[in-house]
Ligand binder design. Sequence first.
Ligand SMILES: Cc1ncc(COP(=O)(O)O)c(C=O)c1O
Length: 410
Amino acid sequence: MVFLDAPGGTQVPRRVIDAIADYLARNSANTGGAYRTSRNTDAMIAEARAAMGDFLHCDADEIVFGANMTTLTFAMSRALGRDLGPGDEIVLTLLDHDANFSPWKALEEKGVVIRAVKFNHDDCTLDMQDLAAKIGDHTRLVAVGYASNAVGTINNVAEVVRLARQARALSYIDAVHYAPHGPIDVRALDCDFLVCSTYKFFGPHMGVLYGKREHLKRLRPYKVRPSSDNIPNCWESGTLNHEGIAGIIACVDYWEELGRRVETGLAPSETRQAASLQDGRANPAVTTRRAAILAAHEAIHQHERKMMEKVIAGLLAIPGLKLYGISDPRRFENRCATFVVRIEGHTPLELATKLGERGFFTWDGNYYALNLTEQLDVERLGGFLRIGLVHYNTTEEVERLLEALREIVG
Ligand SMILES: Cc1ncc(COP(=O)(O)O)c(C=O)c1O
């Protein structure tokens, strides 16, 4: 099997599976109780917040756990919406996954005006001029994706945050697709909120929200009366997925270990080997968990970039194939290793099915990037075939995929 659907969810390392099972076997309990397994659960959740704090570069009490990004975003849109009404505006983009669109669009019920930013159809990049023009005196929030889960474009979110701040609007960044591909630094970005999902970066099926402490304290979540008024717990309604949270610690451990073992500049095969060594060489540049995570990202970046060149060159050589998004190697810094294509005479479903039969797991359709497929007029044609790579994929897998595609297309 070749897993080429990382944008839908990544495979997990054994340690994540073990951590989930171990929690359920030894410590399964609710929080806040006066007995050992409950206290262990409290300590474990605190540890997971600190781990995610290092992953995103924030404090532990700015980390909110939830079922997934969509649920967290609906909760935040409802809370923010309490203070919004007619005359207020929210800026969204047509490039985004619907989970960073519909929760905000729902506030139209309160009279909020939605202003949707266009994207350039030729290379599927965000139209920054349109974005700047749509942000104004009435803008209260700008919600933008860090990277597109369809066409792979990486947006200039630092600039988006700056424009939002200039207009005294809040910024809400959907980093779900970006998280496995690039380092996230909420402090450097100075965004107000950022969301991601651990199942997209080798962890369990859960969502994580970063909120600036001042906002988490000021805003009023919808909650039940007996639950805590303290942040971040007041944002986590009901009992959380504790075993999943145990898996998140193991997931961040995996990132840390990867960074401690890889040395940037290694060839992909060596990187892979180094990452799986039991007693690999230590990376001397790595002194903290955060530094290790950044080192892991650097190695991943180099490996993904090499694969990217191979995939794009190979895909473009297939007769009748159209690749959507950035294809110029000089602009590869602005995209990640997620590719969508259409091939003349073949529906995306047909291609995904034929690839699936050969052991290549891809996806077809719109992947909830609905505005994008509608704008490009492919929604009525079955969307795209998507091929999504992460660091556990290899150039050899890429070659096999291209060969299979060539064979299917004939
Ligand atoms: C870019 C992006 N945003 C949001 C989501 C929704 O995430 P979740 O499944 O955690 O709700 C996805 C899921 O595919 C995504 O790719």
